[in-house]
Design a protein around this ligand. Sequence first.
Ligand code: DO4
Ligand code: MG
Length: 283
Amino acid sequence: MKLYRTSNGNYVEDGGKYFRIPESDFDVLVAHDDLGAYLRSVVDGEKPAIDFASARLEAPIGNQEVWAAGVTYFRSRSARMAESKDTGGGDFYDRVYTAERPELFFKATASRVAGPGSNVRIRSDAKWSVPEPELTLLINPRGQIIGYTAGNDMSSRDIEGENPLYLPQAKVYDRSCALGPCILVSSDPLPPTMPIRIEILRGGKAAFSGATTLAELKRKPADLAAYLFRENTFPFGTFLMTGTGIVPPDDFTLAPGDKVRITIDPIGTLENEVVQGPLRSAV
Ligand code: DO4
Ligand code: MG
């Protein structure tokens, strides 16, 4: 089952049909004792809704924070080592890739998150900007993984490469994160064969495309979640992006007007257009 947050309220999709969820508060859904059973009761008890198609999809987030794991794929380790080798930061990425403790960092508040079909931003003071397509976990306040969505961890590689201590500026800014188009509600691990794909369109033509699978993810999602919940409480639950395994070539940087499409089959495609400049142009 898939959970959608829209301008008309919350919907659950099952078997190609959409059902309006009586509970309008996304935070209440995330904190539910058994979200899957509740949504099943909605599907069994309600008539399919006819107004889903007219609803505007919104980012599937309430008051949750968004956190992210880094250097969880070999490709990410190598790219970070290369981007920071001249400034002496490379060794840290190799060490964190093999360390028991993962890299976890704060990524976004809900107000910084772009929903499906809206705009992500690149920084005006960055020269090298990339999207990072990432399987993203939805974790309830009790630390249980209750669903999955597609995420884009927009990153300014030149700022991070200049000094790893600039990571928060390279990673956290308005519309630096996109989530959607829905939550695949499931607490079962996704299969290792599951592909994560990205396509970047410029002027309607493919400027970059890439793919990886969860088999390349070095850490178990449940272990990342357990680390995040060490010494941290999340009264509304939280999102946790699991890192990128796809890095465009070094001569590629995003430009305004680019369209970024991230696809994880059972979730769908998250598409966002890239903008630069004041936030009002992004919303
Ligand atoms: O270490 C910096 C961030 C890495 C990251 O975001 C990723 O690997 O996805
Ligand atoms: Mg990332």
